[in-house]
Design a binder for this molecule. Structure first.
Ligand SMILES: NC(=O)c1ccc[n+]([C@@H]2O[C@H](COP(=O)([O-])OP(=O)(O)OC[C@H]3O[C@@H](n4cnc5c(N)ncnc54)[C@H](O)[C@@H]3O)[C@@H](O)[C@H]2O)c1
Ligand SMILES: O=C(O)C[C@H](O)C(=O)O
Length: 329
């Protein structure tokens, strides 16, 4: 029997990430090739943005995706998020050349307070929320805090792009296929302070750390390359990453809902106090997922270098949290 459609709300639906993301959701890459979807697309209530959204919807129609059961355009989160099962919050102002993420904190805080409240009011009580729009961790934190009637654990931030970037760098360094890699993770904030960690990673069972055996490369090449990849893409393209960000969003929601079969991935999730991260901070952790729930991988040894990295990214997140404190009602 055909599955009942799931309602997927996407904000920033006429933006560049969505121009890749929506077509992959519609194609079944996110929720499965047998899972029909109802797309509920949100853009700012501005004539130009709404017209662009109509254009994107025309193109989705022209793909004749069999899995798209219905599609609607919205200018108000209260209608866009109605009964949604999944919400991918992409809409935000992207960082341009030379701009710091912190510059965007205040403007985006307003957007995510309103959207958190709307999710609280009208979304499915089990809605799974992924925040992509930057600063993603703090925006997710704000949305979570603005939705007290929804489970806090259902709000997540996207660290998957950093995770995938780290996988790609490690695979190239050791000359092994990405598919052979397991047990890599990224701690902390989706920002240059994030701390990618391959100490536990394996390739076909062999230790990646032993194969690399080069702490100078880890510190001076790997971490800065992964941490500053977003800025490098902006520098090269004149625009922030879009297709790779959309692909990471697909991976994040896919693995959250459909499971990792015991394998690790990285998700930004509200801390439960694991690894000394204060409760509620939206932090990148290694997780496994099963039956639509994630579990933080426990019991990993944190050496002095990693602890230093974790402390730095945590301090940044605590600073962001404090900067938006007054905006949370
Ligand atoms: N977490 C990550 O790994 C990651 C990676 C890449 C980009 N990003 C972030 O994703 C966001 C979107 O990037 P993009 O390249 O698609 O930007 P974009 O400017 O091309 O598109 C953003 C869209 O969001 C819309 N929008 C703005 N405010 C909105 C609101 N309140 N409600 C609904 N829609 C709204 C805009 O009108 C625009 O169409 C940016 O914040 C960017 O920095 C995050
Ligand atoms: O840094 C940005 O604004 C873009 C994005 O977060 C990225 O990591 O590519």
């Amino acid at each position: 029997m055909a599955k009942a459609p799931l309602r997927v709300a996407v904000s920033g639906a006429a933006g560049q990430i969505s121009y890749s993301l929506l077509f992959r959701i519609a194609n079944g890459d996110m929720l499965g090739k047998d899972q029909p979807v109802i797309l509920q697309l949100l853009e700012i209530p501005d004539e130009k943005a709404q017209k662009a959204l109509q254009g994107v919807m025309m193109e989705i129609n022209d793909c004749a995706f069999p899995l798209v059961a219905e599609m609607t355009a919205h200018g108000d989160p209260m209608t866009a998020f109605k009964d949604c099962d999944v919400a991918v919050l992409v809409g935000a102002r992207p960082r341009g050349p030379g701009m710091e993420r912190s510059d965007l904190l205040q403007a985006n805080a307003k957007i995510f307070t309103a959207q958190g409240k709307a999710l609280d009011a009208v979304a499915s009580r089990n809605v799974k929320v992924l925040v992509v729009g930057n600063p993603a961790n703090t925006n997710a934190y704000i949305a979570m805090k603005s939705a007290p009637n929804l489970p806090a654990k259902n709000f997540t931030a996207m660290l998957r792009l950093d995770h995938n970037r780290a996988l790609s760098q490690v695979a190239a360094k050791i000359g092994k296929p990405i598919a052979s890699l397991e047990k890599l993770c990224v701690w902390g904030n989706h920002s240059p302070t994030m701390h990618a960690d391959y100490r536990f990673a394996t390739t076909d069972g062999a230790s990646v750390k032993d194969l690399i055996n080069d702490q100078v490369w880890n510190k001076e090449v790997f971490l800065p390359t992964v941490g500053k990849r977003g800025a490098a893409i902006i520098e090269a393209r004149g625009l922030s990453s879009a297709a790779s960000a959309a692909s990471a969003a697909i991976d994040h929601v896919h693995d959250w809902l459909l499971g990792t079969n015991g394998k690790w991935t990285t998700m930004g999730v509200p801390s439960d106090g694991s690894y000394g991260i204060p409760e509620g901070i939206m932090f990148g952790f290694p997780v496994t997922t099963e039956n639509g729930e994630y579990k933080i991988v426990q019991g990993l040894e944190i050496d002095a270098f990693t602890q230093e990295g974790i402390n730095k990214t945590l301090a940044e997140l605590e600073g962001e949290r404090d900067a938006v404190k007054d905006l949370l009602g």
